[in-house]
Design a protein around this ligand. Structure first.
Ligand SMILES: C[S@@+](CC[C@H](N)C(=O)[O-])C[C@H]1O[C@@H](n2cnc3c(N)ncnc32)[C@H](O)[C@@H]1O
Length: 324
């Protein structure tokens, strides 16, 4: 399929061979967890006969070095301003955090993904979350579509902001229960992937998954009209799952996406005059002296001046290039 290339090889050597530096807009990846007897993928009453065999695990003693090697590749292939989401359990999370700190990648958010169907326990709390590390390669413009899913003015029944709720760093997203369907161990739900892709990329962008497994990232990327590239070391998994992905129709998920209600700012595209710039400067100074943070000031100014967020940020920068 044009715009989708999946390799049956290790992502470390594979990325070195096939991917140029600074070529990827977004990486979403879910490395093996490095724990023996991993049961986190098990659902209550799930029929395991449909889980594709061949999952390659990393011995715990090698996990630190393994993490350093693949995360270095991730850093190299991301474009400046490019983004990476890494899904991780907690057992070896410290190795991943340590590896990230050996690179120039910087943290944007540490997200908790709360899921259903945690494995039942009777003498301790039930584990029902993963960590998602959201990082950026510095030096370029970050893609973050503030209103990709909910307009900033949209409210729920109790007058809470839907946009705010969607952007909190605890995500409650259920895992998919797919009775009778072929699946991978630890397959990520499409809702989770859609959220990351919608916020952090544009149609036509190149999305990479270094550990494809069942190919859920590539599937969601294609479904949202992005290009996809990825690696899966297991031939058993690759030979079953890659052909399914190659037959997908680009854009098939777009139709399911909710259209956010974003009201266009009243004075969108209106040119700034010397007077309106002076009003902006004056009001910015006033709000700052009230102790408001820059983000809060910009939101207030959007309402007061009827301008878009980026228009205000840009105008503030023009007036004062040191205003970050
Ligand atoms: C946690 S699973 C990924 C699951 C995937 N996100 C999904 O939704 O199906 C990790 C995958 O990485 C693969 N893997 C292990 N070592 C690898 C390597 N060096 N390069 C590429 N894939 C590897 C495993 O075989 C496994 O399928």
């Amino acid at each position: 399929m044009a715009g989708c290339t999946l390799y049956n090889e290790s992502c470390i050597t594979g990325a070195r061979t096939h991917l140029e530096g600074n070529s990827i807009d977004l990486i979403i990846t879910d490395p093996p967890y490095g724990i023996r007897g991993d049961t986190l993928h098990k659902h209550y009453n799930r029929d395991e006969q449909h889980v594709v065999e061949g999952y390659v695990e990393i011995p715990e003693v090698e996990y630190g070095q393994f993490s350093i090697e693949w995360i270095r590749e991730a850093e190299r292939i991301l474009r400046p301003g490019g983004l990476i989401y890494i899904v991780s359990g907690y057992s070896n999370l410290y190795h991943i955090l340590h590896a990230l700190r050996q690179t120039s990648l910087t943290e944007i958010n540490h997200i908790i993904w709360k899921y259903n169907f945690g494995v039942w326990t009777s003498r301790k709390f039930i584990s029902s979350h993963y960590h998602i590390l959201f990082y950026e390669k510095p030096g370029g413009r970050r893609t973050f579509h503030l209103e990709s899913r909910f307009g900033t003015g949209e409210k729920d029944g109790a007058a809470g902001s839907l946009n705010y709720q969607d952007r909190e760093d605890v995500w409650v997203i259920n895992r998919e229960y797919k009775p009778g369907q072929v699946k991978n161990k630890n397959e990520l739900p499409v809702q989770l992937l859609t959220k990351m892709i919608m916020y952090s990329s544009n149609e036509g962008d190149l999305v990479c998954d270094l550990f494809l497994g069942g190919g859920s990232t590539a599937r969601a990327a294609i479904g949202l009209n992005r290009k996809a590239v990825g690696f899966e070391i297991s031939s058993a998994i690759y030979s079953v799952r890659a052909p399914e992905i190659m037959n997908l129709k680009p854009g098939f998920l777009l139709i399911e996406q909710r259209i956010p209600e974003c009201s266009a700012p009243k004075r969108q595209r209106e040119r700034w005059t010397a007077e309106s710039r002076s009003d902006l400067r004056h009001r910015y100074g006033e709000l700052k002296s009230q102790g408001l943070k820059k983000g809060e000031i910009v939101t207030r100014l959007m309402e007061e001046l009827g301008r878009g967020r980026w228009a205000i940020i840009k105008a503030l920068k023009v007036m004062d290039p040191n205003n970050r």
